[in-house]
Design a binder for this molecule. Structure first.
Ligand SMILES: [Zn+2]
Length: 183
């Protein structure tokens, strides 16, 4: 499965093909509810994955922590984290926690053998993927680990799939933008 994490969270490439549901609708994986006690999402529900772990979610969380300071983009926050800013690092940890949680749900529901993560925020994945993996490991407790045949992402195959499904996409030739969750 391929998941995009950027200004939103979405995408669902299953077995090399774009999955479509009823009437051709695409799945709204970014709107799986992770915590009903968290802020309301623009979709109307509370605590959706997207409202907790997208780039704008990082900005929103930072603004809540420091109302007087302006944060405009998640990449700005990630830059601060790289410089060692404590609050930005906490924000990145939080980001990892929710990414891992959402992925744990996906793998539990679909019994996947691999997940590819892509798009803008993953350029800073080194800041939060350790915590994502930890969060994932805590929550994904019931899926067929032993039966999974693959533990690594076939980049070429994935890139090929993306090229066929999203012609002209700007993110199809940047393998360094992608990380994999080791199972
Ligand atoms: Zn939502």
């Amino acid at each position: 499965m391929h998941v995009t994490i950027s200004t939103g969270i979405g995408g669902m490439l299953l077995d090399g093909r774009l999955y479509r549901g009823m009437d051709g609708a695409h799945p709204e994986i970014g709107h799986q509810v992770l915590d009903v006690l968290r802020p309301r999402c623009y979709c109307g529900a509370r605590g959706c994955w997207e409202i907790l772990a997208s780039g704008p979610a990082m900005v929103s969380w930072m603004r809540d922590q420091q109302p007087g300071k302006q944060f405009t983009t998640a990449s700005e926050i990630c830059e601060d984290a790289r410089r060692g800013d404590a609050l930005a690092l906490q924000c990145a940890e939080r980001e990892g926690y929710y990414i891992g949680l959402g992925l744990a749900n996906l793998i539990t529901v679909f019994a996947l053998d691999k997940i590819a993560l892509g798009c803008g925020l993953m350029k800073s994945g080194s800041l939060f993927m350790n915590n994502a993996a930890a969060s994932f490991a805590r929550s994904a407790r019931s899926f067929p680990r032993r039966e999974s045949k693959s533990r690594s992402l076939h980049w070429d195959r994935m890139l090929d799939c993306l090229a066929r499904s999203r012609p002209g996409s700007s993110d199809i030739n940047k393998p360094t933008d992608r990380r994999i969750i080791p199972l």
